[in-house]
Design a protein around this ligand. Structure first.
Ligand code: BGC
Length: 238
């Protein structure tokens, strides 16, 4: 089945038809810069231009970088506050809408590093924020928001996201120390059997993962850039 997947990120909104059985993009993806500020109507306009670009009339799945319950946005840490309370599913013309990290996690559990893994698996995305997807025996526990755990008196994503690395001009090694502290905290809370690192930073996993030492195996995501688009499509297909 082909489903249009759209991934709303801090800097770009990306979409492509996805072959949901193969876990692959069926056409080349389209990327449009995220409007700044990223207000609901402006983002909806970009989403509908992606739908039009692919002449799409079938099911559509869309990711959102905040808590989404039954299609309604409940938090907006890195996008305009006016999103809170918006029925995004209705705004996007009846699309299936879910948290971005949950979508990336679903893709990774179906086609990537989490495939067939039982027990507790955490997919953590390091990008503009820190996103989390928690799976227990393959079942997703939605909207876990572990990027907002407190670390040294601060919101963890303000210390250890990829944006924090760039904004504070941290070396990979220095940033890895922060990620290490964060992961130790998460490990203590959940005793996972596997941690998968996704998001923008996963492309540079070789720069920081060698500095991370945990009891839990930590691996880079297999799907990287496309996980959000594929996961959005999977959510709309199920
Ligand atoms: C948001 C999460 C989101 C993550 C990654 C956090 O700031 O609260 O919902 O998954 O950023 O975009």
């Amino acid at each position: 089945m082909n489903v249009l997947g759209i991934d709303i990120g801090g800097s770009g909104i990306k979409g492509a038809p996805v072959d949901t059985e193969a876990g692959r993009l069926a056409e080349e993806r389209l990327r449009i810069p995220t409007p700044q500020p990223s207000k609901p109507d402006d983002v909806a306009h970009v989403v509908s231009s992606i739908v039009e670009h692919f002449h799409w009339s079938g099911p559509v799945g869309v990711t959102f970088p905040g808590v989404v319950v039954d299609g309604v946005v409940r938090s907006a840490a890195n996008v305009a506050r006016s999103w809170i309370g918006v029925d995004a599913a209705a705004l996007f013309g009846g699309a299936t809408v879910l948290n971005d990290a949950d979508a990336a996690g679903m893709a990774e559990m179906t086609f990537g590093e989490g495939r067939g893994r039982r027990g507790t698996v955490l997919v953590l995305t390091f990008g503009t924020g820190i996103g989390s997807a928690l799976f227990t025996d393959g079942t997703l526990v939605r909207n876990t928001e572990l990027g907002h755990l407190e670390l040294h008196g601060k919101d963890a994503e303000h210390r250890a996201s990829d944006r924090a690395r760039q904004e504070h001009d941290l070396s990979w090694e220095h940033w890895a120390e922060r990620v290490q502290q964060y992961l130790e905290h998460v490990e203590m809370l959940f005793s996972p059997s596997l941690i998968v690192i996704g998001g923008g930073a996963s492309k540079k996993a070789d720069r920081f993962l060698p500095h991370i030492t945990l009891d839990t195996p930590v691996v880079p995501a297999a799907l990287q850039n496309e996980a959000g688009i594929i996961g959005a499509a999977l959510a709309a297909a199920s």
